[in-house]
Design a protein around this ligand. Structure first.
Ligand code: THU
Length: 138
C-alpha cells in the first residue's frame, strides 16, 4: 500500500474514534513487513488515564494476532468536526508513550507517516525518538 492509501485508511479509522471527552479523533494504520494492515482508533474513558491512543490500539491488535515485524504506521488526527467535515488536517504526531511502544517492536528505520492523503510527511522512528530507552539499554 502507498503512503497515501495508508493515510486514507487511517482517516477512515479515525471516524471510529470513541472520544466523547476530547472530541479529538485519531486513526492509525500499521503496516507489517508481510504487507498486512492493522487499524486502531483512540478509545477514551471517563477515568482519563485509562484512555488508549490509536497507535497503541493498532500495535496491540497486530501483536495479539501474532505479528511482530512492522514497516510503517500512518496516523491521522483532528478535531471531530474537522474529521467529519473533510477539512484539511495538520500532521498529528504520536505522543511520547506511543513512540516508546513503537520502539519496543520497531527499529529506527520504521516509518511514521503523518498528514492527510494528499499532503503528508514521512519520518523515521529514529528521528521521532532519538536515544530512546529500549531492550538494548538493559
Ligand atoms: N491521541 C492518540 O490517539 N494518539 C496520540 O499519539 C496522541 C493523542 C488521542 C488520545 C485522546 O483520546 C485524544 O487523542 C486527545 O489527547
Amino acid at each position: 500500500m502507498t503512503e497515501s492509501e495508508l493515510l486514507k485508511c487511517a482517516l477512515n479509522a479515525s471516524k471510529r474514534a470513541y472520544s466523547p471527552y476530547s472530541h479529538f479523533c485519531v486513526g492509525a494504520v500499521l503496516l507489517t513487513r508481510g504487507g498486512a494492515v492493522y487499524t486502531g482508533c483512540n478509545i477514551e474513558n471517563a477515568s482519563y488515564p485509562a484512555t488508549v491512543c490509536a497507535e497503541r490500539v493498532a500495535i496491540s491488535a497486530a501483536v495479539a494476532a501474532g505479528e511482530r515485524e512492522f514497516e510503517a504506521i500512518a496516523i491521522v488526527g483532528g478535531r471531530e468536526e474537522d474529521i467529519l467535515s473533510g477539512a484539511v488536517l495538520d500532521e498529528c504526531p504520536p505522543c511520547g508513550i506511543c513512540r516508546q511502544v513503537m520502539a519496543e517492536f520497531c527499529d529506527e528505520n520504521f516509518r511514521v507517516i503523518l498528514g492527510s492523503p494528499d499532503d503528508f510527511g514521512v519520518y523515521t522512528l529514529g528521528q521521532l525518538l532519538p536515544h530512546g530507552f529500549c531492550k538494548g539499554s538493559m
